[in-house]
Design a binder for this molecule. Structure first.
Ligand code: 8GP
Length: 807
């Protein structure tokens, strides 16, 4: 909804910021000053809204949601807030009068990379929904000084550069010195029996200050404003005054730096656990500060913790914030003298947990000694929890040591965070139907049998306001014209778009919009010297680079097409542009090798003037939220080709679908539900199902049998083996055929290759019929109704957090 702010009012607000912060008038302002003044104007409006919203929450005594996550991939704030506040037009007009272009100001804002990929972006989409749906919600994370690295490709090899986002991003953060708290590490624990019972003291600890910075997120056309509270470490005390006084400034600063290093940088691995001490410190720093903050807020309102679980829902997004379970126990038992049993009950009722991956290398297992040394009191509590849980299990399964060992928190010198989460939570959920089934059947099967009701499924969703309305204004306008604007707040309305299935005018507008988005994106690329043909089909695979996501399978397909064209240059193929965008974790060698492969294939194809007219490969450097906002609306085809059973859900699949791209994919993660939503005519499914993959493992898998028995596979693999563009790809060849265990690539690219190629050919055929293609696109847009984050959040509030639905 449009805001009713007038141009004059807005002008006065911005002028005031320019004068207050820079002592200048409008004619003197440069772009950066203008951007910051606009941001400050929004902040002022949001603060007013927030104050009113807080008041309302307080009066209603509503239950509050606290969403803990080590990552929030927020994306830029200016555009999002202007859109949600209905202020885009008035800002645009006022700025135009002053010769500023709003789009230029958007580009002044850095894209804060405070997350790796799917998990962190999901958390941010949820904040958008929580604000729009007017739930009282706070997200908690770390204010990393360096976000996810900037990617640079040098001769095909990924290089990582620091992401320095604070200079332009800081303006959105409000430092809350009134809420500073203290987090303790190291030291030792002393236990003494006194008349009042067991007294526990944590001694000789190192203490660090946690300083919160708040980022406000506006809802659309709602009173809600969500807060993302980001903690920074500050060490005021650890300043060695005697070294300083004697002129040894280096030494005086060293300890301080050691403490503050905690929030310097985001760990850049996605779906992979790195057992580093600093990471453990980050995790405890986040949860300790957060739990203290939640408790302080609760006590301020209610003066007791007895009703804690009725008024507070703490959600842990993956296991990374799992230490909030023992931390909450610690505060309840040590500081507020609750009995162990009562504290445990409160914790279990308050906390819930989402699992985001079944990959074993991503499951967090910390060495027991590390936790014992860094966090001695937390370690003691985890041991206590483990012992009481094992005793319970013993009663239930007397003598079944094997099962009890499997289900325990601590075993063989390791602390298993997923087990801690399941044991300490009221609910555990997977992020798509298939993934939820898999966690129930496999990784959490023992717990599932014990307490079936604890496990539920909440399929992921996306902030359709950002990913459709803001990033694809043309499509949003078409939807407004066809079904009215209500879908912006109620995505289920998108389903009504199906009524236009036979409407030629709508279908041709749909086609024209896709074309316009492709031109818009091509122009953006051209500014960086990359030329692509907007008339070609845009086939997009944009996601983190990971073996299980199988970018390599896509490359094998392209090589196959390329070899076909080399054999037969006149082959009738529609022009295709294969767009890859992906960051690899810096230490992930095989992922970086795949980037090198894509880059060289791109160069090799470019050498051939006739072939490059038909197929072109582009590796887009430094994929981030901002790039996604341009790229995804331009996609014709969405590649979702993970090995079935491995991708927990995927959300890029939903973002491209809602923008009218057609999916080519396996029956994995949320693809299964996309298939259900659009029907088999409107999606291109190939490959083994999760069950077939399981059976294949049981039968015995050998990549070499495909290589020897399938002509097409043999040809492509041989091409790789011989290398091209002056480079060798021996390592990839060996990866595919031999792998670590002599059976070939564990993600079975070759097993799915033939059916992938067949289905891709069907897709190209389908593209030949533009009218039918647009109908398919329309069904995808309409079918995206169920993939909105608003729907996910309603499920969380109803099924997990137990917060009444707001109507
Ligand atoms: C991702 C899943 O891989 C993806 O399928 C899903 O859509 C997304 O989470 C949101 O649910 N998982 C992660 O990003 C992940 O596990 N990251 C942690 C290692 C940081």
């Amino acid at each position: 909804m449009e805001s009713n702010m007038t141009k004059e009012e807005l002008r006065a607000l911005i002028e005031n910021k320019l004068s207050r912060h820079y002592g200048i008038s409008i004619d003197e302002a440069d772009r950066a000053q203008m951007y910051k003044s606009c941001a400050r104007t929004i902040l002022e409006l949001l603060s007013e809204k927030r104050t009113k919203f807080n008041q309302k929450i307080k009066e209603s005594q509503a239950k509050k949601v606290y969403y803990l996550c080590m990552e929030f991939l927020v994306g830029r704030s200016l555009k999002n807030n202007l859109y949600n506040l209905g202020l885009e037009d008035v800002f645009r007009n006022v700025l135009k009068q002053w010769n500023f272009d709003l789009e230029d100001l958007y580009n002044e804002e850095p894209d804060p990379g405070l997350g790796n990929g799917g998990l962190g972006r999901l958390a941010s989409c949820f904040m958008d929904s929580l604000a729009t749906l007017e739930y009282p919600a706070t997200g908690y994370s770390i204010c990393y000084e360096y976000g996810l690295f900037k990617q640079k490709i040098v001769d095909g090899w990924q290089m990582e550069l620091p992401d320095i986002w604070l200079p332009g991003g800081h303006v959105w953060l409000n430092q809350r010195n009134d809420l500073v708290c203290h987090v303790r590490f190291n030291g030792h624990v002393e236990e003494n029996w006194t008349d009042e019972g067991l007294q526990i003291k944590h001694l000789n600890y190192d203490e660090i200050e946690a300083v919160p910075y708040d980022l406000m997120i506006s809802g659309l056309d709602s009173e809600g404003v969500a807060i993302l509270r980001l903690w920074r470490a500050r060490d005021l005390n650890n300043f060695d005054m005697s070294s300083f006084a004697s002129g040894d400034y280096d030494r005086a600063m060293t300890e301080k730096m050691n403490a503050e290093v905690i929030c310097k940088v985001l760990y850049p691995s996605d779906n992979h656990f790195e057992g580093k001490t600093l990471r453990l410190k980050q995790q405890y720093f986040l949860v300790s500060a957060t739990v203290q903050d939640i408790i302080a807020e609760h006590l301020q309102q209610y003066e007791t913790l007895d009703n804690f679980s009725e008024k507070v829902a703490i959600h842990i997004n993956d296991t990374h914030p799992a230490l909030c379970i023992p931390e909450l126990m610690r505060i309840l038992v040590d500081d507020y003298h609750y009995s162990w049993q009562r504290a445990y009950q409160l914790v279990k009722k308050t906390v819930s947990y989402t699992n985001h991956t079944v990959l074993s290398e991503a499951l967090e297992k910390w060495p027991e000694d590390l936790i014992k040394g860094q966090l001695p009191r937390i370690y003691g509590i985890m041991k206590g929890l483990n012992e009481s849980y094992c005793q319970e299990l013993w009663k239930r399964y007397p003598g079944d040591w094997e099962k009890i060992e499997r289900m325990s928190i601590i075993s063989h010198g390791q602390v298993r965070m997923a087990n801690l989460c399941v044991i300490g939570s009221s609910h555990v959920n997977g992020v798509s139907k298939l993934h939820s089934e898999i966690i129930q059947k496999h990784i959490f099967s023992d717990y599932y049998r014990l307490d079936t009701k604890k496990f539920i499924s909440v399929t992921n969703g996306i902030a359709h306001r950002r990913w459709l309305c803001q990033s694809n204004p043309l499509l949003s306008q078409l939807l407004d014209d066809c079904i009215g604007p209500d879908y912006k707040k109620d995505a289920s309305q998108l389903g009504k778009f199906r009524n236009f299935y036979e409407n030629k005018e709508v279908l041709s507008r749909l086609q024209a919009i896709k074309q316009a988005n492709k031109i818009r994106f091509s122009n953006q690329l051209q500014q960086n010297g990359i030329v692509i043909d907007p008339q070609s089909i845009f086939v997009v695979q944009a996601k983190r680079l990971h073996e299980y996501k199988r970018q390599l399978l896509n490359v094998l397909k392209i090589i196959s097409l390329y070899l076909d064209l080399k054999d037969e240059p006149n082959l009738s193929l529609p022009p295709q542009t294969f767009l890859f965008a992906a960051k690899a974790a810096p230490g992930y060698y095989s992922a970086k090798e795949v980037i090198r492969l894509i880059w060289n294939l791109s160069n090799e194809i470019e050498k051939d003037a006739t072939i490059r007219e038909k197929i072109r490969v582009v590796f887009l450097e430094n994929y981030d939220v901002t790039m996604a906002e341009g790229l995804l609306p331009a996609a014709d085809v969405s590649e979702q080709i993970s090995l079935a059973g491995k991708e927990a859900s995927g959300t890029g699949n939903m973002k491209m679908m809602i923008n009218g791209a057609l999916t080519i994919g396996t029956m994995d993660g949320a693809n299964v539900e996309i298939y259900e939503a659009v029907g088999k005519e409107n999606i291109f499914i190939f490959g083994m199902t999760a069950e077939e993959v399981e059976n294949k493992w049981k039968e015995g898998y050998a990549a070499s049998s495909y290589y020897h028995n399938n002509e097409k596979i043999h040809r492509v693999v041989e091409y790789l083996r011989h290398g091209f563009n002056g480079e060798s790809f021996e390592s990839i060849y060996r990866y595919l055929l031999v792998g670590d265990y002599g059976i070939g690539d564990p993600y079975m690219c070759l097993a799915d290759f033939e059916s992938y190629l067949d289905v891709y050919k069907e897709l190209l055929e389908a593209y030949h019929a533009p009218f039918r293609w647009s109908q398919k696109a329309l069904i995808n847009i309409a079918g995206a109704e169920r993939f909105a984050a608003d729907r996910s959040i309603q499920e969380y509030t109803n099924k997990i957090w137990n917060i009444p639905t707001l109507v």
